[in-house]
Structures are given as structure tokens and as C-alpha cells.
Write a protein that binds this ligand. Structure first.
Ligand code: ADP
Length: 500
């Protein structure tokens, strides 16, 4: 680990388009709440900047206007508020936050990125251009604050232009990091948007923000940032080639010396079998047998045959190609003939919802399906199932495989991305050294998946093996602290590299 500068010298501006509990559409909202809180515990002075959507402004209690902010001729007028994050499940209160109050761009009914019909806001380039620009100004000499970051941490395409602004307009030394939470969304806009964004025409270049004739905010961030971070070491490698590079693999491969993968943490208060209020029975590593009460409750609730000895598989996910729903549909007829049961919870693409729902009718008593989003049931599945399925085609990090291990529910996962990095396959060697915590299958085809299911069933009936797997998983540390420590170490090493 680098020895200088000291962590108390780390001032980080964390630019994000969502943060729980103010506004959340996906995993970025959770990361933006948990990671800065964990970094502050490590002594890092990290502050957030976020657009002032209606829900964000409504959630702020004590806000103070930041005076003296320079006028930005390319963007509509705005006010910058300084406040602190409110408390919420999984978010520790008090993290400082700057909120951009620009009514023309952010005060509207709908989501942060789309209208109520799910259509992208037509002025998203300007909306997130402003977020990126303000992030860059807060890191510059023009900032009216008496606090200056030495690290700017950008998240996904919405703050992807910040490293470009820093490159073209920055007079003081500041390190920029680009974090990828979802490479599938890249913030691509027609070249005509350039005129609005206060970037030089020369930036519209293959060595710059140009992407197949358009502008890509994410590409800008990946090109101009000093370092790139994504949410698992394996995914960091996978995105450097097709198909998981989503068109950016060439650029990512050319920067491979400057890409790191850090696994996300989980909310270990919310997801704790010892205290989880959604379980029929709480349990700990010392009393795993009590987990059976949850299995009984789940079988009853879902209309499955009540049987304490039949291995019960669970799956909770968005119903999309990414999550491997097609593979599940292919193996379900075979699984229904095996001595096993399956509970499925999720929603997503209409066709997949329909086909998955039909499994319950065809295999009544053995396969149960609930279409929808149900937080309570998702906890009971983690607590009540014996094993959890994640046959994802790709998975940048994934959360459920970590919840499963913490709940003594060894997962069966496709060996990809964060799944490969967080689940240790059950083998004689890993059982012997006490690391085995689940099952991996390597080929994304029905035979390989079914062979994995058969391995789970066999291990389940070997009580000694099964309890070892459960104990090993439950003893693992999935909290944010190790991840936050890894982020802090990267801040330090990139800073010392740049300031050399
Ligand atoms: P992704 O962010 O790609 O959807 P993750 O595994 O990282 O996948 O996180 C998804 C989270 O959302 C998990 O906590 C999962 O349990 C939860 N989730 C997904 N679908 C549902 C659902 N239908 N009901 C309840 N929780 C769900």
C-alpha cells in the first residue's frame, strides 16, 4: 500500500445521479449511499454532488445556499445547495451533499432519466452535462468553496463528461476516476449536442468523446479519466473484450493498466438472518437448523409440497436475458423430474414473465412462481430456500449471491463477473481448506447448468458437506469496509502516480 499521502489528505468529490434514500432506480443509488459513508469511517473527506430532482429537494432538511458560484453561459440558471444526507436504511446520515437546483432541467414529473412512459428525457445531454460541469468546477480554482477535492470520483455515463472538462479547463492538479456500474448504458447523443456542452470542437475525435459518429459521455469518462474502476475484478477483465465490452472493449483494453475491479459490499444490517424481520424464524451460524422453519413457511406460502428433506432452489431477479431466464426455462422441465423444488420471484420482459409464470401451472407443487417485486418474499426466499440460482449470462457484481451465503443458502452461479469472484466452488480441496461456499457452472448451456443442479442435490444429501458450505458462507465478511478500504488504496495510489 502506498505510504503517502495520508488518508486524511484525501478529499473526494463523488459525482452521482442517484443516492438512497433520496432517489434510487438501481444499484448505483445503494453504492452512492453506502460507499461514501464507509469511506468517511476510514477518515476520507468525501462529499457528493447530485441533480436536484423533486424527490431530492423534498428530502433535504437543512440546506444552505452556496454563494459566489460562477455563471455558466451554456447552461440554464441554477442554485447550488449544500446539505447533508438524511438517515435511511443502510445509509449513515451526515455525508455532505451538494444539490444542483436547476428547475428547467430537473423539476419534472417522472424518473431521473426518463418520463413516466419510460422514454429518455430529450435534453439528457444538457441535464447531465450540467452535473458533469459542476463537478469539474467544484474541483477547480473557480469553485466558491473553501474545500477542494484532490480526487473526483465519477459514476456511470451521467458524470462521464467531468474528466473531459477537467482535461480541457483544469488548472489545478486533480485526479479523476471513472466508475462503471453498468456498461450497457453509455449516454450516447448526436454530435449536435456538442455546441450546448461547452467543450472544444477538437474533443469530437476518436481520441476524445466521439463514438461511432456520436458523442458518448461514458466513452469521454473512460478516455479522459486517470483511472477506471468497476465492480468486480473478473468483470474488469471481461469488459476488455467482446461481447461484454459493449463496443468499448478496444478503449478499455488499451487502458488495461489503469482498470481496477472492486466488489461492492452489502447492507449487512438489512440482510442479517439473525435479525431479519421478514423471516418466519431468525437464526445464526450456531443454530442453522432453525432455518428449516423458513423453508416450511416458504413451501406453505408458495403452494409447494411441504417436505423438509427435498432440496428447495430459489431465484430472485429481473426477468431479462442478462439474468439467464432463458436458460432456466430450458432446464425447468428436467428439474421438475428431479427430486427438487423451485421458487421463482421476479418481473421484467413481458414474454419471459409469461413463460416463467406458466411453469407453475405445468409443474404445480414442484415449481412456484410469483411475478412482481416483493421485498418481503425476497428475504424469505433467501432464508427459506436451500440453494439460490444465478445463471446470469454476465453479472458485473451481483448482490443475491452474497445475501445467499450470509443466509446459509449456498448459491449455484454461472462462473462470470462478480459471481466468480465471490462464490468458492465446492470441491474436495475447498471443503478441506474451509473456503467452499457454493457451486459454479462454467458453460452457459442447459447441460452444464443441470449438472450443477445435480451437484447441489448430491451435496445437500451429504449433511456434513452441506453444513460446512453453509457455515463457510455465513462466516464471510461481505460488509462495505473491505471495499471502502480498497477504494481508499486506489485513491492513494492514483494520486501518488499523478502527482509524481
Ligand atoms: P441487478 O442490479 O442487475 O438487478 P443485483 O443482484 O445486483 O442485480 O441486485 C438486484 C437486487 O434487486 C437484489 O437485491 C434482488 O434481490 C432485488 N430484486 C430483484 N428483483 C426483485 C423482485 N422481483 N422482488 C424483490 N427484490 C428483487
Amino acid at each position: 500500500m502506498p505510504s503517502t499521502p495520508l488518508s486524511q489528505d484525501l478529499n473526494v468529490l463523488f459525482i452521482t445521479s442517484e443516492v438512497y434514500p433520496l432517489i434510487k432506480t438501481g444499484g448505483l443509488g445503494d453504492v452512492s449511499a453506502a460507499l461514501p459513508a464507509a469511506l468517511r469511517e476510514l477518515g476520507v473527506d468525501i462529499r457528493l454532488v447530485i441533480p436536484g430532482y423533486p424527490k431530492v429537494l423534498a428530502g433535504l432538511r437543512y440546506k444552505r445556499k452556496v454563494t459566489g458560484f460562477p455563471e455558466l453561459s451554456h447552461f440554464p440558471p441554477f442554485v447550488l445547495w449544500s446539505a447533508r444526507l438524511p438517515a435511511g436504511k443502510g445509509a449513515s446520515k451526515g455525508v455532505p451533499i451538494f444539490v444542483i437546483d436547476c428547475p428547467i432541467l430537473y423539476q419534472r414529473v417522472g424518473g431521473p432519466y426518463t418520463d413516466t412512459a419510460g422514454k429518455d428525457w430529450p435534453d439528457n445531454a444538457l441535464r447531465f452535462g450540467l452535473l458533469s460541469k459542476i463537478g469539474a468546477i467544484l474541483a477547480s480554482e473557480a469553485s466558491p468553496l473553501n474545500w477542494r477535492p484532490n480526487i473526483v470520483h465519477c459514476n456511470d455515463w451521467q458524470s462521464g463528461l467531468t474528466p473531459a472538462y477537467l482535461h480541457f479547463f483544469q488548472e489545478r492538479k486533480v485526479v479523476s476516476l471513472m466508475a462503471i456500474h453498468n456498461l450497457a448504458f453509455q449516454g450516447v447523443f448526436p454530435p449536435s449536442a456538442l455546441a450546448q456542452l461547452d467543450l472544444p470542437a477538437t474533443s469530437f475525435n476518436i481520441n476524445g468523446i466521439e463514438y461511432y459518429g456520436d458523442i458518448s459521455f461514458l466513452k469521454a469518462g473512460l478516455y479522459y479519466s486517470d483511472h477506471i474502476i468497476t465492480v468486480s475484478p473478473t468483470y474488469a477483465k471481461e469488459i476488455q473484450s467482446a461481447p461484454l465490452g459493449f463496443g468499448l472493449q478496444g478503449l478499455l483494453a488499451s487502458r488495461s493498466d489503469h482498470i481496477s475491479g472492486i466488489i461492492n459490499g452489502i447492507d449487512s444490517v438489512e440482510w442479517d438472518p439473525a435479525t431479519d424481520p421478514y423471516l418466519a424464524q431468525n437464526y445464526t451460524i450456531k443454530g442453522i437448523a432453525a432455518k428449516g422453519i423458513n423453508k416450511n413457511a416458504l413451501q406453505q406460502m408458495m403452494g409447494l409440497v411441504i417436505d423438509p428433506d427435498i432440496p428447495l432452489f430459489g431465484m430472485v431477479s429481473r426477468h431479462t436475458y442478462q439474468k439467464g431466464c432463458n436458460l432456466l426455462l430450458q432446464v425447468a422441465p428436467f428439474l421438475s423430474k428431479m427430486p427438487a423444488q423451485l421458487v421463482i420471484l421476479g418481473s421484467g420482459e413481458v414474454g419471459l414473465d409469461r413463460e416463467l409464470a406458466a411453469l407453475e401451472k405445468n409443474y404445480s407443487g414442484k415449481i412456484a412462481v410469483r411475478i412482481g417485486f416483493d421485498e418481503t418474499l425476497s428475504h424469505l426466499i433467501e432464508g427459506g430456500a436451500d440453494s439460490f440460482l444465478m445463471p446470469s449470462h454476465f453479472e458485473p457484481c451481483g448482490l443475491n449471491q452474497m445475501y445467499s451465503q450470509r443466509y446459509g443458502t449456498p448459491p449455484l452461479v454461472h462462473a462470470t463477473g462478480g459471481l466468480l469472484d465471490t462464490v468458492v466452488d465446492c470441491t474436495p480441496a475447498t471443503l478441506a481448506d474451509g473456503t467452499a461456499s457454493g457451486f459454479l457452472f462454467y458453460e452457459m448451456n442447459p447441460e452444464s447448468f443441470l449438472a450443477g443442479i445435480q451437484r447441489v442435490i448430491d451435496s445437500y444429501h451429504n449433511k456434513e458437506t452441506w453444513v460446512s458450505l453453509q457455515r463457510n458462507g455465513m462466516a464471510k465478511d461481505f460488509s462495505w469496509k473491505p471495499s471502502a478500504t480498497a477504494y481508499r488504496d486506489i485513491y492513494l495510489s492514483v494520486l501518488s502516480r499523478k502527482l509524481k
